[in-house]
Ligand binder design. Structure first.
Ligand code: SAH
Ligand code: MG
Length: 216
């Protein structure tokens, strides 16, 4: 029970979408066993379709973990598309690199080791799609850097924005998650109500926000 959707809706969507490749299934099992929060299957599918439509050349990801979502995105991109992904845990980076090597994606995915708080202010380059899937209380802090690094007409996809339903309902909020909930609500309020962005909050997975940066 995700508190976002009825189980029968989620089960049905998972049943009807295409099955993952053998390699991705192996990563899904590893993530499940080791409690690594990779994107849900319906979110992976959403990313794939969006990438096919948007055709980004450069993607920025915050939160690599074992590289599952980066692989999903790289495989959905055209073969020249590149991904830069930021991860603070060295053990995760090592796993991700070996997974990228196994999929022949090592040349297209650049992993940056460090805390996004420190990496983002120095990051050069411009991205046409940003996938935000790291510390939920930091989304609001990361945003100013995205405004600079995202092309006009670019998109931000933010994962876990409804965080087990807590963001939408105070009765579900666990005491020690109060700060995360407050900060995520600030983030959603900001991306939904300003001049630069146009956002849609989509109740799939753990909640996904799709944000469009208006063209100049
Ligand atoms: N996107 C991955 C899952 C990421 S899980 C997938 O779907 O396959 C979130 C990851 O973000 C964790 O590995 C965690 O170590 C990393 N993380 C959290 N906060 C971070 C930060 N401030 N800077 C860099 N990495 C961060
Ligand atoms: Mg996530």
């Amino acid at each position: 029970m995700s508190n976002i959707n009825e189980d029968y809706i989620e089960d049905y969507i998972r049943e009807v979408i295409k099955e993952s490749s053998v390699f991705l299934k192996k990563l899904e099992e590893y993530a499940h066993k080791n409690h690594i929060p990779i994107i849900h299957p319906e979110v992976a599918q959403f990313l794939k379709v969006l990438i096919k439509i948007k055709k980004p050349k450069e993607i920025l990801e915050i939160g690599t973990a074992i590289g599952y979502s980066a692989i999903v995105m790289a495989e959905a991109m055209d073969s020249y598309g590149k991904i830069t992904t930021i991860e603070r845990r060295e053990d995760m980076i090592n796993l991700a690199q070996s997974n990228f090597t196994e999929c022949n994606l090592i040349e297209r995915i650049n992993v940056i080791h460090g805390d996004a708080n420190e990496v983002l202010p120095k990051l050069q380059g411009s991205f046409d799609l940003i996938f935000l899937d790291a510390a939920k209380s930091k989304y609001m802090d990361f945003l100013p850097y995205f405004i600079n690094n995202l092309t006009s007409g670019g998109v931000i996809i933010s994962d876990n924005v409804l965080y087990k339903g807590m963001i939408a309902n105070d009765d579900l909020v666990v005491r020690r998650q109060k700060t995360i909930v407050r900060r995520m609500r600030e983030y959603l309020d900001y991306i939904c109500n300003n001049e630069i962005f146009e956002s849609s909050i989509i109740p799939i997975g753990d909640g996904v926000a799709l944000t469009y940066k208006r063209e100049d």
